[in-house]
Design a protein around this ligand. Structure first.
Ligand code: LLP
Length: 422
């Protein structure tokens, strides 16, 4: 069920009209539905209940403290990709012991920080990274828990920028090198090999590639066990997509059901009898449909070839269209009876690439509000300050209450760290 719906012709987040939010907080504004966040997370968490399984929310999708805090309260662990993200988890009241550290380029400082907080696991992506982690852990008198990110060479059938499981990608250890890499890892004194992980891509509509990856990981776990390397967890990464336009992604519950069915079948034949924890790292499917970007029409500019609807949000607020030619839904906040006109919805930034949507039928006039739909994931976290534009305010709606969860950045905030040499 969507928690963004029209009531008396006005688009609401839960019980709050977006018109009221714009009056109170201004625009552009990211607006999230608390209920939607909890429901989306629960689709994973409920299926994991009673099982040895953990949902580590991929916080790169949206790392606002209020969202992390809410998910932590519902039992979430976190998949993080920087020391900064770990500090966010801690600031939000999350548990570092439920955190995975992913990414191809972890620095020494980041490793040391994560070790000092006893995170659950490092998802390691290369042999040089293993050696560095072994050294840093040794210096600190620690042992680093490690999973290897294996690249199963499965075609995720998604946008090339967000497909990550193919041989040509920078991510993971090649499937054919995995055995040798595990052997190397298991010989390092400050490394404790505990798991295996993969992440084949994002915005996957079908779970077949994920189940194919699962089968490959299972096969590898069995081979490793025969060689005396026993793994304790299997992490399938993130990836289930959401509806932006008319996509029909597999239901999260159906995907998890198929994963657990496969795991149970395998467990019944696994000879070493070792228990195995299953981990998921969803990002987009938890927050994507739980947020909109609320923006105001500044000008209507008719043109010879195109009509432009110039709004106060821009590519710096929402990069996905400019970066991936991503299609984002645009909704009039207050429905008008006027005839719709075809517009490109664009921002004020001095780049032709600064567009949010193209060729949309809209009935709008100056000062109207629009909502860019499904903007909760990879919206605010990818925002920049290009053109010295402060990042948008963030608001979380809970029933008929709206909470400010991040203030709007003011221009002074943007140059506060800069200095002029004497
Ligand atoms: N785990 C790892 C290791 C990842 O790299 C990612 C996303 C996830 C989990 C979460 O995947 P999800 O459940 O969100 O599909 N900025 C792009 C998406 C980049 C995804 C990067 N990795 C976009 O706006 O479409």
């Amino acid at each position: 069920m969507s928690h963004f719906s029209y009531r008396d012709g006005v688009l609401c987040a839960e019980n709050m009209p977006l018109t009221a939010i714009a009056s109170q907080f201004g625009t552009p504004a990211y607006v999230y539905s608390r209920k939607a966040l909890v429901e989306n997370f629960s689709a994973y968490a409920d299926m994991c209940k009673g099982r040895d399984a953990l949902v580590c929310y991929a916080m790169k999708a949206n790392s606002n403290l209020a969202i992390l805090n809410l998910l932590a309260k519902h039992g979430a662990g976190f998949d993080l990709v920087s020391g900064g993200e770990l500090l966010r988890v801690i600031a939000a009241g999350g548990d570092p012991k439920k955190c995975l550290f992913s990414g191809v380029g972890k620095s020494r400082d980041e490793m040391a920080l994560a070790l000092s907080h006893d995170i659950l696991c490092f998802n390691v992506e290369s042999i040089p990274e293993l050696h560095r982690l072994n050294q840093v852990a040794g210096e600190l008198g620690k042992t680093a828990p490690v999973s290897l990110r294996v690249n199963p060479n499965v075609d995720a059938k998604t946008h090339p920028y967000i497909a990550t499981g193919l041989k040509a990608n920078k991510f993971g250890v090649a499937f054919d090198d995995a055995l040798a890499t595990y052997r190397t890892a298991s010989q390092l004194p400050h490394i404790n090999v505990i798991g295996i992980d993969c992440h084949i891509g994002s915005q996957l509509l079908d779970d077949a590639p994920l189940l194919e990856a699962l089968d490959k990981l299972i096969e590898l776990i069995d081979t490793l066990a025969q060689q005396g390397i026993v793994l304790h967890h299997l992490d399938l990464g993130g990836g289930i997509g959401i509806t932006y336009d008319d996509e029909k992604p597999v239901a999260v519950r159906d995907y998890l059901e198929r994963v657990f069915a496969r795991i149970d079948q395998w467990r019944s034949t696994r000879h070493d009898g070792a228990p195995i924890k299953i981990i998921f790292e969803p990002g987009r499917s938890v927050v994507g449909n739980a947020g909109v970007l609320l923006t105001k029409v500044e000008y209507i500019k008719p043109g010879a070839e195109k009509n432009f609807c110039i709004v106060d949000a821009a590519m710096n607020d929402l990069m996905r269209p400019a970066m991936y030619q991503a299609w984002m839904g645009v909704q009039e906040v207050r429905k008008r009876n006027d005839a719709a006109v075809t517009y490109d919805v664009v921002g004020p930034i001095c780049e032709s690439g600064d567009w949010l949507a193209r060729d949309r039928q809209l009935a709008v006039v100056q000062d109207d509000l629009l909502a860019i739909a499904s903007a909760g994931a990879y919206g605010m976290t990818m925002a920049s300050n290009y053109n010295t534009r402060g990042r948008a305010v963030e608001v979380m709606v809970d029933g008929d209450r709206a909470h400010l969860i991040r203030k709007r950045e003011e221009p002074g905030d943007l140059f506060a760290l800069e200095s002029i040499p004497a």
